[in-house]
Design a protein around this ligand. Structure first.
Ligand code: ZN
Length: 181
């Protein structure tokens, strides 16, 4: 089911999401709704709080043609994000990170805004899947960036908080104008 996206500056985006402890049908429904909602907006990643659920769950689905790293593109083909390719990460923890990379990011909660953000180039992340099974993933490409972006949401952070003071000011001004329009 497609759900409404929580849009900046909604206060819910500042919530620290809670750890998941039951891996039941409700969690699976939430993850399925997250996928439907993400796809409906041509997104490549979504954290649960972005549909209003403050639990530590996120999904990422890197479009097949973009594999290997590209910006969040707005015009994906219908079939290049099959559901079985969705990475579902619950209670993720970064256990290793290395390097530094600047990358242009976007966010479904701040639609239409794309800005360069600096993050670790390589991350190793431990998480559990929808069955509660422990998993580990390591990446140094687009996926690494996407994981860090979505994990920030679990801690109540959005990517524009990483901008310089002046860029942030400019963004807030333009965003306020857009919300009024
Ligand atoms: Zn986001």
């Amino acid at each position: 089911m497609i759900r409404d996206i929580v849009v900046y500056p909604d206060k819910r985006l500042k919530l620290i999401s809670k750890a998941v402890s039951t891996f039941d049908g409700a969690l699976h429904d939430l993850l399925d709704d997250m996928y439907d909602t993400m796809r409906s907006k041509n997104g490549v990643g979504l954290a649960a709080i972005q549909i209003g659920a403050d639990v530590r769950a996120l999904i990422i689905n890197v479009p097949l043609e973009d594999k290997g790293g590209d910006s969040y593109a707005e015009d994906h083909d219908e079939n290049d994000q099959p559901k079985e390719n969705t990475l579902e990460m619950i209670n993720p923890v970064i256990v290793e990170k290395e390097g530094c990379e600047k990358f242009q990011e976007g966010c479904l909660s701040i639609p239409g805004v794309y800005e360069d953000v600096e993050r670790a180039k390589q991350v190793k992340v431990e998480y559990v899947d929808r069955q509660g099974k422990k998993q580990t993933i390591e990446d140094d490409g687009f996926l690494a960036i996407a994981i860090q972006h979505e994990m920030d949401h679990l801690d109540g952070k959005v990517f524009i908080e990483k901008l310089s003071f002046l860029k942030r000011k400019k963004f807030e001004k333009e965003w306020a104008k857009r919300l009024k329009a």
